[in-house]
Design a protein around this ligand. Structure first.
Ligand SMILES: C[S@@+](CC[C@H](N)C(=O)[O-])C[C@H]1O[C@@H](n2cnc3c(N)ncnc32)[C@H](O)[C@@H]1O
Length: 399
């Protein structure tokens, strides 16, 4: 049968098997197995120019393995054939996975709440990223020493402390955390300012539940979480003296409304501070290239982002409210970029939770791929880590 299989089409194989008296069922099994392998081989062939390591000899061996598996016991197969078959299958799988990773798997469809519910229930994000779903902060000194020496989760607490310094807000009494995740930042601020009342809003009921549980565990009674849309908040105008938005703007389908709403609920004299992944400013001199647009599309579509804007656009939106002064911006790409690789290194050193859940292996592989692509986009300047702050003017009565 080996000679029949090698170099023939699936129809030839089937007919030859029927002619040679192999029962129809066995032939179908062979054909089905070969069909899967043909598909892999097709992918290998399509990729042949770039994959010189996968030789035609290996492909032939795949047929031999299939053939041997039907006609004799597995122990009679030469171990080298199994080895080569495994390598070819692995190569084809990696190639297939990379291809399937090209288009984003979770495009924005108004699904942010559901996605965070799923991420919260699964427990993986909290296990690996801790209570804070945002990047960490790495000082110049820590970056020169090597990010791996820093505790991955501590980097996130450092980020909050640096963001607070950047805002220049010193003693807030009412804080709103817009897009609070599991509430890590809300709890940290509630702990830091025990006299302040802290409110955290998110689209995810599961995050509200988890954030409330953790606040109870910590004995914090000055923090509360609610499901509420940042684009139509229930709060009165002029309610908070610190409005904090850390990595929620990426998910907003209307960035102007996002900024306007946060400024609306800010008290006169109060401070707005935003941290957000931004794309580089597009100018007539430097428009986005087709390749850049393709890369951004992947980054939008993998983690439910409708689109990103530039740091400059955030500045224009904040100033455009007409009631903000002392507006300042910064690009914290150098301080935050180690987080991407650090999250992979940290995950690889604690793989057991993921390893114990085979059903999430594919999704985890995609997340790792997206993390690498994010790092790459920040590294080459297509993405920037935007920091924006400003103070709401205190209306002066006419003289
Ligand atoms: C990447 S997480 C950031 C979490 C949190 N700021 C932290 O630092 O851990 C994004 C958060 O934004 C929230 N979010 C996205 N769009 C929102 C909207 N329209 N209204 C309220 N929350 C929103 C999500 O539900 C999620 O909690």
């Amino acid at each position: 049968m080996k000679s029949i299989l090698r170099g023939n089409t699936r129809a030839d194989i089937y007919n030859a098997n029927v002619r040679s008296g192999v029962c129809a069922n066995t032939s179908r099994q062979v054909v089905n197995r070969c069909s899967r392998e043909d598909q892999q081989i097709g992918e290998i062939n399509a990729h042949k120019e770039n994959s010189s390591s996968i030789s035609s000899r290996t492909v032939t061996t795949l047929y031999e393995v299939a053939d041997e598996g039907v006609s004799s016991s597995p122990s009679s197969v030469h171990p080298a054939a199994w080895g080569l078959g495994a390598v070819a299958t692995l190569g084809a799988s990696v190639y297939g996975l990379t291809k399937s990773f090209e288009s984003g798997s979770r495009p924005y469809t108004g699904n942010v709440g559901q996605e965070y519910d799923a991420w919260t229930e699964e427990g993986i994000l909290e296990h690996y990223w801790g209570e804070h779903i945002h990047l960490g902060y790495y000082s110049d000194k820590e970056r020169s020493a090597g990010y791996v020496w820093k505790d991955f989760k501590k980097a996130k607490y450092d980020f909050i402390d640096e963001m607070l310094k950047f805002s220049t807000c010193s003693q807030p009494t009412s804080i709103l955390d817009v897009g609070c995740g599991f509430g890590g930042t809300s709890r940290h601020l509630a702990n830091m300012f025990p006299k302040a009342s802290v409110r955290g809003i998110t689209l995810s009921p599961k995050q509200v539940q988890r954030g409330t549980e953790l606040a109870k565990e910590r004995g914090l009674n000055n923090v509360e979480f609610k499901v509420m849309d940042a684009l139509k908040m229930e709060y009165e105008d002029n309610s908070f003296d610190l409005v904090w938005a850390c990595e929620s703007g990426e998910h907003m389908p209307d960035k102007k409304k996002y900024v306007d709403e946060m400024v609306r609920v800010l008290k006169p004299g109060g401070v707005l501070v935003i941290a957000c992944w931004c794309q580089r400013e597009e100018t007539p001199e430097k428009p986005l290239t087709e390749q850049e647009k393709k890369e951004l599309k992947f980054l939008y579509d993998e983690w439910a982002h409708p689109y990103f804007i530039s740091i400059e656009e955030f500045e224009r939106l904040t100033k455009g409210t007409g009631v903000m002064e002392a507006v300042a911006t910064a690009d914290w790409t150098p301080e935050t970029i180690p987080s991407w690789h650090h999250s992979i290194v940290d995950g690889a050193t604690h793989p057991w939770l993921v390893m114990s859940k085979p059903h999430i292996w594919y999704k985890t592989a995609r997340d790792v791929w997206c993390i690498l692509r994010m790092h790459d986009a920040f590294d080459k300047g297509l993405m920037q880590y935007g920091m924006i702050t400003g103070r709401k003017v205190v209306a002066t009565s006419p003289a």
